[in-house]
Structure formats: structure tokens, C-alpha cells
Design a protein around this ligand. Structure first.
Ligand code: CA
Length: 257
């Protein structure tokens, strides 16, 4: 079983990885033990990579049966749970995790609003509909854990003294209390930049982080999405999404504490 072997080899170190020379001060979200339950290997490993980069200790399983075992043997702080598992219904794993007092973010391909609400009413703390941006999942993990800098009780991330607010649960952003009507690409770019305020992201990184594994042909359009995003942000747009000449873009606001 890959879950325990990989975990045992790495240890359970709960220390922060420095964000790098250009890293901002806003990345010290709470670190946690996260169990990823997902039968699609690419998605599983993508989530592992992003979560580990954010400092979390990650276990993975590809079946519901393994997940039920892991919940007992090595209870995590949070489960990222694919509801469409090959062996048992993901809802069963969800119920077991919630019974053990463990937070759950459901990963689901089901896209109808009714089914999403149904999933939430069964006790998931949050849900993400596939295809998703891995960076958004990382932000939601921080919101659900509720330990992160700038994460309010309602799971809203705030920046620049409350001016910019990103509600990853409800998929909404606002600037100075004005709701921003963002396209999925603009939302993805904003969320990617907000993951580490002050850090410079190249266009290629933004593509990767904003759209994830399922997308290509986006890089050349990053500039126009940024232009539109800035326009929606208003007069402060160019100061909030800063251009770093020859490199890329960064968020010009600090995450609030
Ligand atoms: Ca699946």
C-alpha cells in the first residue's frame, strides 16, 4: 500500500519550507496531516505536490478501503476525498471521517448544484468540482483548517487590511466591499497570485497554478486575462496585480494577520 510506505519514508516533519528569496511573508498557513483519497494517479500526485509545497504532511490512498484503514491507523487533520472511488461509495468514507471529527473537502465530478448541496449536507466541510485548480484546493485547505494567517472564521482570505477579500468557499472576491465579477481564468490567476503575496509568478507558472493539469494553450492569453482582471479591480488594478518586467506578475498586497 503506497500510503504507509511513502509516509514512513518521509517522516512527519511539520516545519515550513522557506518560500524562497522572493517569497512573501503571507505564506505561513497552518500545516496539517492531510489524507488524499483519489483513484486517479495524476490528480493524486498533483495534490500531493501542492500540499507538500505548502508545508503539509501528505498521505495518499487510491481506494475507499485503504482510506477507512488510514482514518483509524493514522487519523489525519483533513481528508481530500474523491467521491467517485473504485471500490466503495465516497460518501461512506465521508461519513467515517466526520464521525471521527476529521474535516473533509470533497472532490467531485458531479457538477449539478443540487448534488453539490447534497454533498455538503452530508457533512463535507467544503467541496471542489473537477476540473479544479490545485492552488485553489490548497487555499481551501487553509480555509477549512482555519489556522492560516488572514483566514477569518468564515474561511475568507483577506489582504491589504481587508481591502481585497477572497472567499474560496463561495468562489467570490471583492475589493473594498465591491464584488468582482471574474471569469474562471481571472479568478484562477487572482487565487494563484494570492497564494503567496509578493512572490513573482511567471506566465507559465500562472497557467500551471491557475488552470491545473487539464489545461493547455493558456499561457499566451495570460496577459489579456491580467489586463481584464486589473480593469475589474479598478484604479488600483496595476498596483494589486503588479508587473515584474521580464519575469511575470505578483500580488502587491500583503495577506492580513
Ligand atoms: Ca474517481
Amino acid at each position: 500500500m503506497e500510503v504507509f510506505g511513502e509516509q514512513a519514508g518521509r517522516g512527519r516533519v511539520k516545519s515550513r519550507v522557506p518560500a524562497g528569496p522572493s517569497g512573501g511573508s503571507g505564506q505561513d498557513v497552518g500545516v496539517a496531516d492531510v489524507l488524499v483519497v483519489e483513484d486517479e494517479r495524476d490528480i493524486r500526485e498533483l495534490l500531493r505536490r501542492y500540499l507538500e509545497r505548502d508545508g503539509h504532511s501528505v498521505m495518499t490512498t487510491s481506494t475507499g478501503a485503504q482510506a477507512l484503514l488510514a482514518l483509524v491507523d493514522q487519523p489525519p487533520d483533513l481528508v481530500l476525498l474523491d467521491l467517485g472511488l473504485p471500490d466503495i461509495d465516497g460518501i461512506e468514507v465521508l461519513a467515517a471521517a466526520k464521525a471521527a471529527g476529521i474535516s473533509v473537502i470533497a472532490l467531485t465530478a458531479r457538477s449539478s448544484v443540487e448534488e453539490r448541496i447534497d454533498g455538503l449536507s452530508r457533512g463535507a466541510d467544503d467541496y471542489v468540482v473537477k476540473p479544479f485548480s490545485p492552488q485553489e484546493v490548497v487555499l481551501r485547505v487553509a480555509a477549512v483548517l482555519g489556522r492560516g494567517a488572514g483566514v477569518a472564521d468564515d474561511g475568507v482570505l483577506s489582504f491589504g487590511g481587508g481591502r481585497l477579500r477572497i472567499d474560496s468557499v463561495r468562489h467570490r472576491a471583492s475589493l473594498s466591499s465591491r464584488d468582482l465579477e471574474l471569469t474562471p481564468s481571472e479568478w484562477g490567476i487572482l487565487v494563484a497570485l494570492a497564494a503567496t503575496p509578493g512572490r513573482v509568478y511567471s506566465r507559465a507558472e500562472l497557467v500551471n497554478r491557475a488552470r491545473g493539469y487539464e489545461y493547455s494553450g493558456f499561457e499566451r492569453t495570460v496577459d489579456s486575462h491580467v489586463k481584464n482582471l486589473r480593469r475589474k479591480l479598478g484604479p488600483e488594478g496595476a498596483a494589486i496585480v503588479e508587473t515584474v518586467l521580464g519575469v511575470g506578475y505578483r500580488l502587491g498586497l500583503e495577506r492580513d494577520r
